[in-house]
Design a protein around this ligand. Structure first.
Ligand SMILES: Cc1cc2nc3c(=O)[nH]c(=O)nc-3n(C[C@H](O)[C@H](O)[C@H](O)COP(=O)(O)OP(=O)(O)OC[C@H]3O[C@@H](n4cnc5c(N)ncnc54)[C@H](O)[C@@H]3O)c2cc1C
Length: 371
């Protein structure tokens, strides 16, 4: 591809910072850099027509962990690490709200619930018995107990008698969040180029040569915010994890309001006005879902429908209006990788299923690696 002198001069010369990926992390990183260096030329490259990983495809839970998720985390990480991660999720949500405003996010704090199917009796009892301990661990962060027991007021079927309620959990409109974030980035004078796939990069003495599918150019610093796709650019700590979702058509007099978790977070659903968005089931085929292919499988989609019909909406007819999938970034540890990759290359990736909460913070911390 050969650019005109004008194109080269305005878009591809003297670039201070190039960010790969226009998800929550990349856009927040770009904003933070532009705030710190107002005169800098900041460019964001995105392979999709829209952001095409997880940021425009997620469930919009403004959450920091269901009780069973925290208990599971405590089985694999130290207490300090678990508390630290909850703090990061809370801090990330605070930055997101300050940055975009609750109205632009359509943020609603309707509370979060965890329900346990008949087969989940052991986990249910573990959660009830460990709830006081987890509450006391998190109390210093929230100044109150997070989890309490509540009845099955939504008439879910085939579940254990009670639900666990989290009074601090909220939900937002993912589309509105990303629209207003993109607007803010563009208003700051940051250029975003879509449909540009970065294939690789190489360091020169003072800069980085970025190779895209159709052209290459130089940038002073390169910041990688490609999360689930990070291993394609040589960051081995991240594995892709596909998450599949469906949404119903509007349901008259929908009685379900809030965010809901099942099976240690492997299933999640919420209302969006009078619809139910329902996702999960990755645990049915963990190896098969370790992919960057944005596709659906009948195994998972059928299971979602069965649970919707038998457990969540047993007495309510519904239609599925749309199905989709997104790609998350996972790894050995439930912790983002924010690091310097080489002289002038940095990355902020592996956000797990937590990026709505921690994405703004990870983007900021990625930008802060630049000294
Ligand atoms: C179905 C689903 C439900 C979820 N629900 C929640 C939730 O309720 N709450 C929560 O906190 N989190 C949730 N998450 C996780 C959250 O969405 C992610 O952690 C977050 O969006 C990650 O943001 P990111 O910017 O790091 O990555 P992404 O949004 O994936 O952005 C990375 C971008 O990089 C681009 N890219 C990749 N490779 C290249 C390349 N070589 N060249 C150019 N561009 C490239 C991709 O197209 C993509 O747009 C969910 C995720 C999914 C998939």
């Amino acid at each position: 591809m050969s650019f005109s002198w004008w194109e080269h001069d305005s878009w591809f010369s003297n670039i201070d910072f190039t960010i790969i990926g226009s998800g929550i992390t990349g856009l927040n990183c770009a904003l933070q850099l532009k705030t710190r260096y107002p005169a800098a030329k900041v460019l964001v490259l995105e392979r999709g027509l829209l952001p095409n990983g997880a940021s425009t495809k997620n469930a919009g839970f403004a959450c920091f962990g269901s009780l069973s998720e925290i208990i599971d985390d405590l089985n694999h990480h130290s207490e300090e690490d678990v508390v630290e991660l909850v703090k990061k999720r809370v801090e990330g949500l605070k930055i997101l709200r300050e940055n975009l405003g609750d109205a632009n996010l359509d943020l609603q704090v309707n509370g979060g619930y965890e329900l346990f199917t008949k087969n989940d009796r052991e986990m249910y009892e573990t959660c009830l018995s460990k709830m006081p301990k987890v509450n006391s661990l998190l109390n210093p962060i929230f100044g109150a107990d997070v989890y309490s027991v509540t009845g099955n007021k939504f008439n879910f079927r085939k579940i254990q008698p009670d639900l666990i309620f989290n009074q601090f959990e909220g939900q937002l409109d993912t589309g509105k969040m990303m629209t207003s974030l993109l607007q803010k980035v563009q208003a700051a004078g940051i250029k975003i180029l879509n449909s540009v796939t970065v294939n690789g990069f190489s360091e020169t003495n003072t800069a980085v040569e970025v190779e895209t599918e159709h052209f290459s150019f130089y940038t002073n610093k390169l910041l990688i915010a490609t999360n689930g796709f990070a291993s394609q650019l040589g960051i081995p700590e991240v594995k892709p994890a596909r998450a599949q979702v469906l949404i119903t058509a509007p349901i008259a007099d929908l009685h379900i309001k809030g965010t809901f978790h099942m099976e240690e977070g492997y299933y999640y659903f919420r209302n969006i006005n009078n619809r139910i968005l329902f996702g999960g089931g990755r645990n049915l085929n963990l190896k098969g879902e370790e992919t960057t292919e944005l596709a659906l499988t009948s195994l998972i989609q059928q299971k979602l429908e069965v649970l919707l019909k038998n457990v969540i909406l047993p007495n309510t007819p519904f239609k599925i209006e749309r199905r989709w999938s997104g790609i998350m970034g996972m790894g050995e540890q439930k912790k983002p990788v924010i690091k310097q990759v080489s002289n002038n290359v940095f990355c902020g990736v592996r956000l797990g299923g937590m990026g709505v909460a921690i994405g703004s913070l990870v983007g900021k911390e990625l930008a802060d690696l630049i000294k």
